[in-house]
Design a protein around this ligand. Structure first.
Ligand code: PLP
Length: 438
């Protein structure tokens, strides 16, 4: 057994090793990003040790003089970025933000519609049988929005018919959640909002993946297209830190506030709220440039992989209009094995279910697809030509079967030029630098 001192040292060793690994790797997980040194600085402040239950200015705790000012600032900046009447920045993550939405707009036993997991949906909108948050935690009956496999988008006519059918059976959906974890194209919110409102339903939009793209003006604008409520993660295409939020209209403010507190949070990670205020300022200044480069990079990576023989989906639509591409990898193996192989060469990606995988007998551990996102490599300053280089590494691994050790070394060499965070006010500390303050 190790001594407490050894355990302490070993934990720090592991943290250092992680930092070194990420300095030498190509991070392509679509839900991840790297925050600026400024956001990291906010995260280690004393805010993270405090409590501030309630709304700023009406707290249940003393000691909130500066905390309140920062939270109000964060709210104001978020309102500017998203052109929203109301925002609650207290949900501590995207999952918690979705729970706030469910609590404010539904009752247990209500019907909710969302995409299934193989079709790009997230566990938070999952059915009870799958242990999904909507079903297993909030007790909602989840029905699926139909996906057009070729377009990688919701099929509007089939969705209308499904809503009508459910309504005729007295199971009209109380909430329809747009949004997904594989979200290459804007969802038909405009096309379906009227139908949903006409049966008394709420139009929800889960912007976990695309919050940054929306703030940067590169994706759809759900609130203008008919959404009543939008849930956010703040760290996928947004500038971080890991946190959540709920956007809506003033008329829903009270029930959302109440669902958040006392419903869903007690402390709400005040250091993260501070980091988010910093990230908002960065987004206002650099968001447009950053997100337009994200979309260019994602399309370029799709094209570069396609030209090397990979079956990147939605080629006829330029692969994507967001940060993410989906590849049918079945020609070369299964997504799980490919994920493992790429990781050995320091390329970090996700295996991912394809919409038709379950029907074809594949499952989540060994699905037919992989998902690549370019938010983090874009934040590191990479452009279209670097996407071509990344595609070449992936080809050398998966198609040419070159030795992984050789490619790992080449990847580390390639990464040497991309060690700072771009699209921020100050970056004198390297992106993945291990910061010691002991
Ligand atoms: C990532 C994700 C979430 C959860 O966000 P966290 O911030 O990780 O809790 C919710 N919905 C969708 C669609 C997601 O992709």
């Amino acid at each position: 057994m190790l001594t407490p001192q050894d355990e302490y040292n070993h934990t720090f060793d592991l943290l250092r090793q992680h930092h070194k690994w990420f300095q030498e790797s190509i991070p392509l997980i679509a839900s991840e990003n790297i925050p600026s040194p400024a956001v990291r600085e906010a995260l280690i402040t004393d805010f993270g040790n405090r409590y501030a239950e309630g709304w700023p200015g009406e707290r249940v705790y003393a000691g909130c003089r500066f905390i309140d000012q920062v939270e109000f600032k964060c709210i104001e900046l978020m309102k500017r970025l998203f052109n929203a009447e109301f925002i609650d920045v207290r949900p501590i993550s995207g999952v918690v933000a979705n729970l706030v939405v469910y609590t404010a707009f539904t009752e247990p036993g209500d019907t909710m519609m969302a995409l299934s997991i193989p079709c790009g949906g997230h566990i938070t909108t999952g059915k009870k049988e799958l242990g999904g948050t909507a079903g297993a935690v909030r007790g909602l009956i989840v029905e699926y929005l139909p996906l057009d496999y070729k377009e990688l988008n919701i099929d509007v006519e089939k969705a209308k018919n499904r809503i009508k059918e459910l309504t005729s059976k007295n199971r009209a959906p109380k909430l329809v959640m747009f949004g997904a974890s594989v979200f290459p194209f804007p969802h038909p919110v405009k096309e379906l909002a009227e139908e949903i409102h006409s049966i008394g339903g709420t139009v929800g939009y889960d912007a976990a993946h695309v919050a940054g793209l929306i703030a940067g003006g590169q994706f759809q604008d759900p609130l203008r297209e008919g959404a009543d409520v939008v849930s956010l993660s703040t760290h996928k295409t947004f500038f971080g830190p890991q946190h959540g939020g709920v956007l809506s209209w003033e008329k829903y403010a009270d029930k959302i506030k109440r669902a958040t507190f006392p419903g869903m949070v007690s402390n709400h990670h005040l250091h993260a709220v501070a980091g988010l205020a910093i990230a908002c300022a960065e987004m206002l200044e650099f968001g447009k440039e950053y997100t337009s480069q994200i979309v260019k990079n994602a399309k370029a990576l799709g094209q570069a992989l396609y030209e090397r023989g990979f079956n990147v989906l939605a080629e006829h639509k330029g692969f994507t209009q967001s940060h993410v591409i989906l590849i049918d990898i079945t020609k070369y193996g299964d997504g799980g094995t490919i994920e493992e192989t790429l990781e050995k060469a320091n390329i970090i990606i996700n295996r991912n279910l394809l919409p038709w995988d379950i029907k074809e007998g594949r499952h989540f551990m060994h699905p037919g697809g992989i998902r690549l996102g370019v938010s983090e490599v874009t934040r590191l300053g990479m452009k279209e030509s670097e996407m071509d280089e990344i595609a070449e590494y992936i080809k050398r691994i998966i198609i040419d079967n070159e030795p992984l050790e050789k490619i790992k070394a080449d990847v580390a060499e390639f990464r040497k030029n991309y060690q700072t965070v771009h699209y921020c006010f100050e970056n004198s500390t390297e992106a993945y630098k291990y910061i010691k303050i002991r």
